[in-house]
Each structure stands twice: as C-alpha cells, then as structure tokens.
Design a protein around this ligand. Structure first.
Ligand code: ATP
Ligand code: MG
Length: 433
C-alpha cells in the first residue's frame, strides 16, 4: 500500500478520552474510530490486524477439529426464554422489537442458538462429538464501555460450542480447546496464561480464563514463572491431552477472585509472579445445562434418549488487538508481534523524487508482494520515522539517496531499535525470512 494514498488518518494530539496506551495508540495510528460509545469502525490498518488475528484463531480451531459456521447477530427472544436467560441477562442485552412486534435481540453470545441448531439436526450419539464455532460480532450494552476496543459494546468474538455423549468426551473436548487456545496465543506472539475461573452456578473446576499480562489489565493475577518457558507449538496439535492438561494445571495461576494463599505458599518463592492481566479468552464446561433446559436429547447405543454434554469457548478477537498493544509498545508507538502486524515492513523513501531512491523503493515494494506500507509521501524524514514507529511495523527499510546510489538500505528492527546497513536483497531476505 502506498502511504500517500492510504486511508490511515493518524492524529498528533493525544485524544483526551483515551486512558490507556492501546486506546491512545489505536486512535493516533488511525486503526479505528469510535462511532458511538463502545462502538468502533475499523479502518484499513486496524482491519488488517483484526483479520490476521482472526486467521490464526480460525486455523487453530480448524486444526482442533472444530467446524466453522456463521450464525446471525440478531436472535429471536423465544430461545432465551426457553433457557431462562432472557430475564437473567438484564440490561446488557440489547433488545429489539421488529415491525411485527416480535421480540428480537442482538446476540451477546450464542449458547441458545447453537443448541437450537443442534436439536433440529442431530438425533443419535453416532453423530457426536461435534464442535461448531463462528467468528461474529456480539453486542453487550456494557455500563461503562472503556479502554477502546478492549471493553466495547460491539465486539468480535470467536465462540465455539462442543457437544459430547458423556462427561469423559466433554472433558476431552475441553482439553482440546484449551490446547488450541495456548497454541493460538503463542502464534499471535502473546504470553497468555490459563487461570482457573469461576464456573458460576454449575460448579466444578472446568472453567479457565486466558490472561495476557499487561500492567493496565483489569485483573490482578498470581502465577508460577515456569509458565513463561512452555512451548505449546512443539508437540503438534495432537499430543497426549491428559498429559498436557495435567502439566498445565500442575502450575499455579489464578486471578484474585480465585487466589488461594495456601497453594500460593507452596510455589517456590523465586517463581512467584504477581501482576495485572487482560482476559482474552474464557472456556467453560457446563454439562447438560442448556440441553436439559431446551429439551435436547439424542438416542444412545441402547436406544435410550439422553441429554448431550456441552462446553463453550470464547476468544475476544477485537479485544486481542488492544491487548497485543498493551503488551507491546513504547513511548514512540506500537510494536506489533510479527504474526499480526498489519504490514511486515514499512519502506521509507527519504528523498521522494530522487530517481535512485524511487527506483529502489519501487523494486523493494514489488518484492514485498503487498505486505509493505511504502511511505512515498514528500514529507521530511523525521515525519516518516515517527509515523513508522507509531504504526509499529516490525521492520523499517530505510532508503536514502547516499545508500541508494551505493546499492544499500538501512534495516531497522522496531522492537529492538537495531539498525544495519545491508544490500536490498539481504534486507528483503531478513524481512521475508
Ligand atoms: P469480562 O469479564 O471482560 O467482561 P466476560 O467474562 O463477560 O468478559 P465472556 O463471556 O467470557 O466475557 O466472553 C468471551 C471473551 O470475549 C472474553 O474473554 C473477552 O476476551 C471478550 N469480551 C467480553 N466482553 C467484551 C467486551 N465488552 N469488549 C471486548 N471483548 C469482550
Ligand atoms: Mg469471561
């Protein structure tokens, strides 16, 4: 993309309504604009990040055996009356009446709808297990939308729902999703730690929140430092799930709600870490709660009908954009993890109109095959450096007249500030490699 023509409306002044770094930086770098409280339009740069996150989430869901569907944003109230949640959900639910006086709502989550889709089609235990997911906008009328896309009213979520014939199967589904989540967050370039969470009225210990560490997070967290070295990609996506789960749950990690001081005391002192964190995912096992309430049963091997066991699994896709920035930025701007950066590199032409500079930049741009933002504006070098730092591209390929004449570029790594003078070919090899 040529920056001179791109719709990336950066702003210099720090927006006063933005209290935290990610919110400020997303507005300043032109990623999003608020259209009403807690509701955002995604502009080209922000949308590229959102799509990158979505793609990795989707790949790992597919690899774990979940199947993608797309349910609507608008749901009929009847389903929620069946489950009993229509009244419970309260003011967070945006309720709508259509022209025929039918009660509808903008979905805050999809347990009821997926359960209804399931009961229309699945009749036998032979069709189980099934795990269905979608990536869709949700609406929750939060009392206090804040922190930009991190606590919006409209937000993009990946939500998956598993159906199993028995408890053992449901536990397997839960563990498979947990592994998929750890792989997903690692691929996104984030350190996320699974923490035991409240299951609400259902009880049991099968609910985990996934927390990205960042000083501005809403949750206080306690965790064992040994989490930091775990590589979830090493074992492939089909390892021994029981071993994986036993290993994860043997390490201490909890938000303040679930913090257990006795267990905490057993963690070696050198390993105890405290901090703040952002919830980016949450998984639940809830058994037959919805299948019972909504009267869903399938035939077992003996012909007897039974209620399938369910779990649900959410990832805050749009919240992750903000969380990634909270976890990785400096005074100059965003520092994108490579996997989700809107562009791999910025190409900075320090002397627009100079034949050698222009020629070399065009050559680099073509070689990057769409994955570079070419700063071809006629601004001063300082403006280009500042904007590239603000937008946070992992690499900057800097082309000045002296270098261009000598067949050299400067390559800067945003995260470390390291710079090296290289041939254009070597620079490309590093950026693309
Ligand atoms: P929170 O405790 O942060 O309000 P929640 O527990 O109500 O979230 P879940 O129902 O577990 O949220 O939803 C799954 C995921 O969706 C959360 O882990 C979070 O990443 C994301 N999410 C929830 N609410 C919002 C929101 N208002 N804005 C952006 N993302 C959200
Ligand atoms: Mg939650």
């Amino acid at each position: 993309m040529y920056l001179s023509r791109a719709f990336i409306p950066t702003i210099k002044e720090i927006p006063s309504e933005a209290q935290i770094a990610s919110h400020r930086l997303m507005l300043r770098a032109g990623l999003v604009r608020q259209t009403s409280a807690g509701i955002y339009a995604w502009l080209p740069l922000g949308l590229r990040v959102l799509r990158n996150i979505e793609r990795i989430v989707r790949e790992e869901q597919n690899a774990a055996g979940a199947q993608e569907v797309l349910m609507p944003t608008i749901q009929p109230a009847e389903l929620w009356k069946e489950s009993g949640r229509y009244d419970d959900y309260g003011k967070e639910m945006l309720r709508i009446v259509d022209r025929h006086e039918r009660e509808m709502l903008y979905g805050p989550t999809n347990e009821e709808m997926i359960t209804d889709l399931f009961r229309q089609s699945v009749k036998s235990y032979r069709e189980l297990p099934i795990n269905l997911y979608h990536i869709q906008w949700k609406f929750r009328d939060e009392v206090r939308p804040r922190f930009g896309v991190m606590r919006g009213r409209e937000f993009l979520m990946k939500d998956a729902y598993s159906f199993d014939a028995d408890h053992a199967g449901a536990v397997r589904s839960y563990r498979a999703m947990m592994l998929a989540y750890m792989r997903t967050f690692q691929r996104l370039g984030l350190k996320a730690i699974p923490m035991v969470a409240d299951t609400g009225p259902i009880g049991g210990d099968l609910s985990h929140e996934f927390i990205v560490l960042a000083p501005t997070g809403e949750s206080q967290v306690y965790y064992d430092a040994s989490f930091e070295g775990v590589d979830y990609l090493a074992g492939g996506n089909n390892p021994d799930l029981d071993k994986f789960f036993a290993d994860i749950t043997s390490r201490y990690a909890a938000t303040d709600e679930k913090h257990d001081t006795a267990k905490w005391a057993e963690v070696p002192e050198a390993n105890r870490r405290e901090g703040r964190g952002i919830e980016v995912g949450h998984i639940f096992y809830f058994g037959t709660k919805y299948t019972k309430a909504m009267n869903v049963s399938v035939a077992g091997p003996d012909g007897k009908m039974f209620h399938p066991e369910m779990g649900s699994y959410g990832i805050g896709v749009s919240r992750l954009v903000g969380a990634a920035i909270e976890a990785s930025h400096d005074d100059a701007g965003i520092i994108w993890p490579d996997a989700i950066a809107p562009f791999k590199a910025a190409i900075l032409n320090l002397k627009n109109g100079d034949a050698a500079c222009d020629g070399l930049c065009e050559r680099l741009y073509a070689a990057m095959d769409g994955d570079a933002l070419y700063d071809d504006r006629s601004d001063r070098a300082g403006v280009k450096f500042n904007d590239a730092d603000l937008m946070g591209h992992p690499w900057q390929i800097i082309v000045g007249p002296r270098g261009a004449a000598a067949g050299k570029v400067e390559l800067k790594r945003r995260a470390t500030g390291e710079r090296a003078e290289l041939s254009p070919e070597d620079a490309l090899a590093k950026v693309l490699g």
